[in-house]
Design a protein around this ligand. Structure first.
Ligand SMILES: Nc1ncnc2c1ncn2[C@@H]1O[C@H](COP(=O)(O)OP(=O)(O)OP(=O)(O)O)[C@@H](O)[C@H]1O
Ligand SMILES: [Mg+2]
Length: 372
């Protein structure tokens, strides 16, 4: 039997744990009329907090409400990709023959067959017209369009075109909805972009750690489906070791299943082995790439934050430890926030967002960790 746990980035887990409320609010928003503020959703979350997994889930759920989801990663090509994705997914709902006939009789021109644009549209019109035509064509089959943009980047032309197109089409009453996901730093800069301020009215969800009650219940259920028995203290220990971090939930669960034979009970030894193996992978999969993307000086600042006795750390104390002037320090602070590795829970305070990263920076490994 395949392992139910799936520790890999950008994949949809077999079950989305602890996000029921976000999903429910999103689905309610889809029932609103076009242009309603709840038709636009922003998902903010630090690295590995489950943004991509949630987008995949929302796309799936929206299908049952008649939406054709187009999911893209923010970038130069995303507009082209959105159109292609709608054409591919939507074509099964549009009969090619009726498209041709109705195209002439009902005045929905622009398609040569199915959802393929006519030569004239393809060469002479831009994203807005094309998306508008797709919405109209799909509306004939009572289908709506859902745009999902992952890893949102601020201040790009493609992002502005996308957002203003959404606003226009929604304003014209087209059946369209949008979800954007990204690091809090990137999304807050998107919201500050003058062209995009309407997004401030969108429904915002900040993805925090998963509630431990939900993790506990999920572990209990998933392990019993995997035919492994586990004592309740062990379940609690496993849950605590995840620190609510979705990726660790998958990793620890994965190793518990791998290291325990079907029908057996999870022993304390095996559980500790599973947690240790999961932490090693956390270093390789999350810490190393995160730190490699930073400059040596960024890392020095990050280490100084990790070394503080209090969590969150006090900015004045970090600066004193580094011997760094305020304006200089602000630059590093901004860079580390943009990278999604630290956050400012309040003025004058900073904390590291990635679980166990502070321990790793302080000790060079995770063995000495006994805070969980
Ligand atoms: N709610 C959840 N329940 C169970 N597993 C989850 C949940 N959310 C995410 N995961 C799992 O955690 C891992 C990380 O999730 P994901 O790739 O969605 O994070 P992310 O926020 O998109 O990260 P990044 O910022 O690096 O893009 C994946 O293995 C995913 O399957
Ligand atoms: Mg992601």
């Amino acid at each position: 039997m395949a392992n139910l746990f799936h520790p890999s980035f950008g994949s949809r887990p077999e079950r989305i744990v602890g996000r029921d409320e976000v999903v429910a609010q999103f689905l309610k928003g889809l029932e609103r009329e076009p242009g309603h503020r709840d038709r636009a959703t922003l998902i903010l979350g630090q690295r590995g907090m489950g943004k991509t997994a949630l987008l995949l889930q929302l796309a799936e759920e929206a299908k049952s409400q008649g939406f054709i989801p187009a999911r893209v990663t923010s970038g130069e090509d995303m507009l082209e990709e959105i159109l292609e994705s709608i054409q591919i997914t939507g074509s099964e709902f549009v009969s090619e023959k009726s498209s041709h006939v109705r195209g002439f009789s009902a005045g929905v021109l622009g398609f040569s067959f199915g959802l393929t644009f006519s030569e004239e549209v393809r060469t002479n019109y831009g994203f807005r017209t094309k998306l508008s035509l797709l919405c109209d064509k799909l509306a004939e089959s009572e289908k709506k369009v859902l745009l999902l943009v992952d890893e949102v980047q601020p201040n790009t032309d493609a992002m502005r075109t996308l957002a203003s197109t959404y606003q226009h089409l929604a304003g014209e009453g087209k059946e369209i909805a949008i979800v954007m996901a990204g690091l809090p730093g990137s999304l807050s800069r998107v919201l500050n972009d003058k062209v995009l301020t309407f997004l401030n009215r969108a429904r915002k969800h900040q993805l925090g750690p998963l509630p431990s009650g939900d993790i506990l219940a999920y572990y209990g259920d998933a392990l019993s489906r995997e035919k492994r028995t586990i004592a309740s203290e062990m379940l609690m220990r496993a849950t605590k070791a995840t620190k609510g971090f979705p990726y660790l939930l998958q990793l620890i669960g994965y190793y518990i299943v791998e290291l325990t034979a079907e029908g057996d009970e999870v022993t304390p030894d095996v559980l500790e082995q599973a947690i240790a193996a999961a932490r090693l992978e956390l270093i390789a999969d999350v810490f190393s790439p995160t730190l490699n993307a930073l400059s040596p000086r960024d890392i020095e600042v990050l280490r100084a934050i990790a070394a503080q006795k209090t969590s969150p750390a006090v900015v004045a104390e970090i600066r004193a430890a580094l011997g760094m002037g305020n304006s200089y320090f602000q630059q590093y602070r901004a860079r580390l926030i943009d990278a999604g590795v630290i956050e400012a829970p309040r003025d004058g305070a900073l904390s590291i967002t990635v679980p166990y990263l502070a321990e790793y920076l302080n000790n060079g490994d995770l063995k000495a960790t006994e805070t969980d």
